[in-house]
Design a protein around this ligand. Sequence first.
Ligand SMILES: C[S@@+](CC[C@H](N)C(=O)[O-])C[C@H]1O[C@@H](n2cnc3c(N)ncnc32)[C@H](O)[C@@H]1O
Length: 232
Amino acid sequence: MEKQFWAESWELEGHYTSFHRRDVHPYVLKHLTPYALMDKSVFVPLCGKSIDLVYFSQFAERVVGVELVEKAILRFFEENHLAYEKKGERYVSGNLTIFCKDLFALTPEDIGEIDIVYDRASLVALPLPMRVEYLQKMEELTSPGTLYFLNTLEYAPTMDNPPFSIAPDDVYGYYPNYLIEHVESPELPNHGMVRKHNLYYLKEHGFMMRKLHDAAFASLVESATRSFYEFS
Ligand SMILES: C[S@@+](CC[C@H](N)C(=O)[O-])C[C@H]1O[C@@H](n2cnc3c(N)ncnc32)[C@H](O)[C@@H]1O
């Protein structure tokens, strides 16, 4: 979605920002435990005012978020009663830094070495052409060994607005260079979207993924394997 869409969503708030949860996400509590976060650097792309940032900053060594709309960042600090210092495009509170910036302009130098990525309502927020750019940017910002915890929603019938439906097969296609464990897939008949959009079903998937090697290497292996089978 374009910048204007998100600026307007945060301006209007209410159901325009209904993606925001008041609690720490249950998948986070289950899979990114205090022990798993110990001494780790966590990156939260498209972070909004997610309260998960507070949880991560309690247990991880360093937390970095990026959010396009300043109002979301100001709301985050206000609602969580956290003091912060503004240093150019960075909003810093203890071990937490939120960049007020377009993710696509973020560099590996900006965020430093990252151990864990937490992606909830981020990949699913982007229409396909932008999603491809997002995958390329996240590839650039991560290294082999990075743990990537991804949540997606899958539902029918599909819609043309975020959150977009992303099924497990899409995820396996998007991350060919990751080892993927599909750890959560409950159907949620009471989810607000089911009622609001008259959906047949909705599932919230959780994927625990480990980056094995860079994507360029993955496509090299894929094309080498393809030509091996073509010539044999
Ligand atoms: C659907 S919300 C999800 C927020 C958060 N992940 C959560 O779980 O509540 C997507 C957020 O990404 C922000 N956003 C959209 N495009 C962005 C971009 N290119 N760079 C940084 N943030 C962006 C929006 O302003 C919005 O707050």
